[in-house]
Design a protein around this ligand. Structure first.
Ligand code: SAM
Ligand code: SF4
Length: 486
């Protein structure tokens, strides 16, 4: 699957706030009904759509890429920023016309926006038949059947245990080379700007044996790369007796075995040296030296860490309730460099214009970027979300034009740093994994190096899924270009 979220090809503040989406592809296994899913937002959401497709497949649905042919349309939504929700509402209004011609069609809103708005969504959006939160996907076939009988349905129950560990996801938009594996759900952090703890519930870790089985199965099917996904992967903690992090911490002395994230990484890396392992997202307060040493120990664990800083200023970080400060973050980066070297890719998320942020504090985000030298970042301006701690406690007092200007300064800085970092690769010999043809030319292939950078090479005799040794010859801020060495 392609990396879904735009990297540093973001060029303006407006574009940085834009919301990408993916749809299902055509499938024909002779099932009588057709399902179309559009997924918005983060990789976790795309991964959830693969679970939803699997549940629906078991209940007689094939996927389609054409929503006009669908019997059921699901929008798997994101609530992170207001813009994401507005995009979904606009999309619903576009589906209105189709539903008018095909009233028997069922329209469902799934995911974070469903969880946040619950029954209110049915009142506000008349065309919606079912509203289902992230922990209630097993109930979808029932709710769709109820909707087909003319009754609307809502299930936004948040579970303390659900991890969908037993469900084998249907791979959507797959390139057949790389796949995402969800290793945990929910989040126990309470970053004051963030809606996730309210929409995705408490943190639960999935049985590591089911994760290894899923990765092994992907490898057996020819996949060469898995990305382990969670809101805070370094906090992964599982025992046979308890998978809920908060309850597990209370029972620590009573459980027989505890698997932490470093242990899990090792278990997956051991499947085969030919299977690359990536992970996202790392929280600066939780990433341990043990994880860094495990990364160093295995060549097939990619040397790339997504370590969102959000702000470079300690006062703002405290208001954000990130539970680390500038010094702590810089110490973690120094440790990454010490253990994994300069070549390890580091990326970040940034929020411009959080409540009360001064110009000097914004400057500290820019100097943080200069010190760390991020390879790329996902960059946003602050968007107040109802119900969050920040919405309750702080005034959203930075004017929009100031937020956008600060965001553009962050984006400009990132573009320069990305180019600077990419230039350091010129002349180096690296191994890349080929993901498919380059978008620009079918005579060229697109691969990815360990640090998660896209590398374009001439096709030669290589194909998707091959590991190729290349020498980097040129770059732009977003892309490396290489020539084949072997
Ligand atoms: N769990 C990840 C972490 O803590 O780094 C992040 C998950 S969140 C889905 C992705 C990013 O969205 C965050 O890192 C943050 O930069 C951004 N974000 C979250 N809430 C936001 C808000 N209210 N306004 C602007 N950006 C926000
Ligand atoms: Fe949101 Fe913070 Fe949890 Fe990330 S760690 S999902 S930003 S609450």
């Amino acid at each position: 699957m392609e990396n879904i979220i735009k990297d540093i090809d973001i060029i303006s503040a407006e574009e940085a706030q834009a919301c990408d989406y993916k749809t299902t592809e055509d499938e024909n296994t002779g099932k009588s009904k057709k399902l179309y899913i559009e997924s918005y937002g983060c990789q976790m959401n795309f991964s959830d759509s693969e679970i939803v497709a699997s549940i629906m497949k078991e209940n007689g649905f094939d996927t389609t890429s054409d929503f006009e042919q669908a019997d059921v349309i699901f929008l798997n939504t994101c609530s992170i920023r207001e813009k994401a929700e507005l995009t979904v509402r606009k999309r619903l209004s576009q589906f209105n016309a189709i539903k008018r011609n095909k009233p028997e069609m069922t329209i469902g809103v799934l995911g974070c926006m469903a969880e946040r708005l619950k029954e209110k969504l049915l009142e506000e959006e008349q065309i919606v038949d079912v509203v289902v939160g992230p922990d209630a996907y097993r109930d979808l076939p029932n709710l769709v059947a109820t909707a087909e009988d003319g009754n609307k349905g809502v299930n936004t129950f948040l579970s303390r245990e659900e991890t969908y560990a037993d469900i084998s996801p249907v791979r959507l938009n797959s390139n057949g080379v790389s796949a995402f594996i969800s290793i945990m759900r929910g989040c126990d952090n309470m970053c004051s700007f963030c809606v996730v703890p309210f929409t995705r519930g408490r943190e639960r870790s999935r049985d590591p044996h089911s994760i290894v089985r899923e990765a092994q199965d992907l490898f057996d099917k020819g996949f060469k790369e898995v990305t382990l996904l969670g809101q805070n992967v370094d906090s992964y903690k599982w025992s046979p007796e308890e998978n809920n992090k908060a309850r597990l911490n209370k029972k620590e002395g009573e459980v027989t075995e505890v698997v932490n994230f470093a242990n899990l990484l090792e278990m997956v890396a051991l499947i085969s040296p030919q299977l690359r392992v990536r992970f996202s997202t790392s929280h600066p307060k939780d990433i341990t030296d043990e994880v860094l040493y495990t990364m160093k120990k295995y060549d097939n664990i990619c040397k790339y860490i997504h370590l969102p800083v959000q702000s470079g200023n300690s006062r703002i970080l405290e208001l954000m309730n990130r539970t680390y400060d500038r010094e702590w973050y810089l110490e973690r980066v120094a440790k990454i460099r010490e253990i994994l070297g300069e070549e390890c890719g580091i990326s970040s998320d940034m929020i411009a214009g959080f409540c009360t942020e001064t110009e000097e504090e914004h400057q500290e985000t820019l100097t943080m970027m200069d010190i760390v030298k991020y390879d790329f970042s996902y960059m946003f301006y602050y968007s107040e979300r109802p119900g969050t701690l920040a919405a309750k406690k702080y005034k959203d007092d930075i004017p929009l034009d100031v937020k956008k200007r600060r965001l553009n300064e962050i984006i400009d800085k990132q573009n320069k740093l990305s180019e600077e970092r990419n230039k350091l690769d010129i002349g180096k010999v690296q191994e890349i994994l080929i993901e498919g043809e380059s978008k620009r030319s079918n005579e060229q292939l697109k691969g990815r190096n360990s640090a998660n950078k896209v590398v374009i090479i001439d096709k030669g005799n290589f194909k998707k899924g091959d590991y190729v040794t290349v020498k980097i010859t040129d770059c732009t801020p977003a892309t490396l270009f290489g020539e084949i060495v072997s």
